[in-house]
Design a protein around this ligand. Structure first.
Ligand code: OAD
Length: 255
């Protein structure tokens, strides 16, 4: 057992570390889910203003709904990869842990990550919610096969995917969960994997969470605006680097 920062030695294999992991589309790339901005990424071939904005949904709800149904089906067929498994393993072993994922897929949880240790900051593609009232329900992609655009059973308005679109606010409750963790004590380790880190809040959380002394590890084949702050960078696919990083952590207690 790794004792760190005065943490008492325990018989279990737990590592006494406070860990924040932030993931993006690159972590699901090896499961066959396209990224957004990478080669073959969604936004290379499709216009986000036509598919991922409230205006797009108002203009052509069927087009938007069908695109999300197609993505649900693709995710439903995909399997978690070694990166998801390594993160789930770390979550189970770390003393304090939070995953903030920008991914709307369910692959982290299917790899064994306890849902209460994860915040899906851009929403959940398997959530369907009313575009007007608070009604929402969780559905599996199989139930959506061939389904037409549903209406809210409470108010009759169109239902929409429970994801955050461009121009929309993040869920305040989810921001609160992340802020609680970030302000609850410096992290020994922050891992940022598979994201282009284009959103200011992603960089802000990563830097604030690591505090003065924590490690910041970036896993991404390409450089990002976060790279300059990383204490270690792995320019490899997440499915290759993360199992090694986590194994190293679990056997040495440090990355
Ligand atoms: P992006 O598509 O912007 O970035 C994916 C990142 O993953 C890139 O930096 C790639 O270099 C990296 N990458 C590709 N393959 C990888 C692999 N096998 N292992 C590790 N890294 C790999 O995706 P995000 O950063 O997640 O928002 O994008 C952020 C948000 O922008 C998304 O959540 C989505 C999008 O518009 C909403 O839908 C609100």
């Amino acid at each position: 057992m790794i004792g760190k920062g005065g943490c008492p030695e325990q018989a279990s294999a737990k590592i006494c570390m406070r860990v924040l992991v932030i993931t993006g589309a690159g972590v699901s790339a090896e499961s066959g889910i396209p990224t957004f901005r990478g080669k073959d990424g969604y936004w290379r071939n499709l216009d986000p203003t036509k598919l991922a904005t409230p205006e797009a949904f108002a203009r052509d709800p069927n087009l938007v709904w069908n695109w999300y149904c197609e993505r649900r089906r693709r995710i439903g067929r995909a399997q978690p990869n070694p990166a998801h498994q390594a993160i789930a393993n770390l979550a189970l072993q770390a003393d304090e842990f939070l995953l903030v994922t920008q991914n709307v897929d369910d692959l982290h949880v299917r790899a064994g990550l306890p849902p209460e240790k994860m915040v899906q900051i851009h929403g959940d593609i398997f959530m369907t919610r009313c575009s007007r009232c608070e009604f929402r329900r969780y559905e599996h992609e199989q139930e959506q096969d061939g389904a037409s655009l549903p209406k809210c059973p409470d108010c009759g308005a169109l239902m929409r995917p429970g994801v955050v679109w461009f121009g929309e606010q993040l869920d305040l409750r989810k921001i609160g969960e992340v802020e609680n963790f970030v302000t609850g004590g410096d992290c020994d380790l922050v891992i940022v994997a598979g994201t282009s880190a284009l959103f200011g809040y992603i960089i802000d959380w990563a830097l604030r969470a690591r505090g003065q002394a924590g490690q910041l590890i970036e896993v991404n084949p390409e450089e990002t605006s976060l790279s300059q702050f990383a204490t270690r960078s792995f320019r490899e696919p997440a499915g290759v680097a993360l199992p090694r990083v986590v194994d190293e952590l679990l056997s040495n207690g440090s990355a």
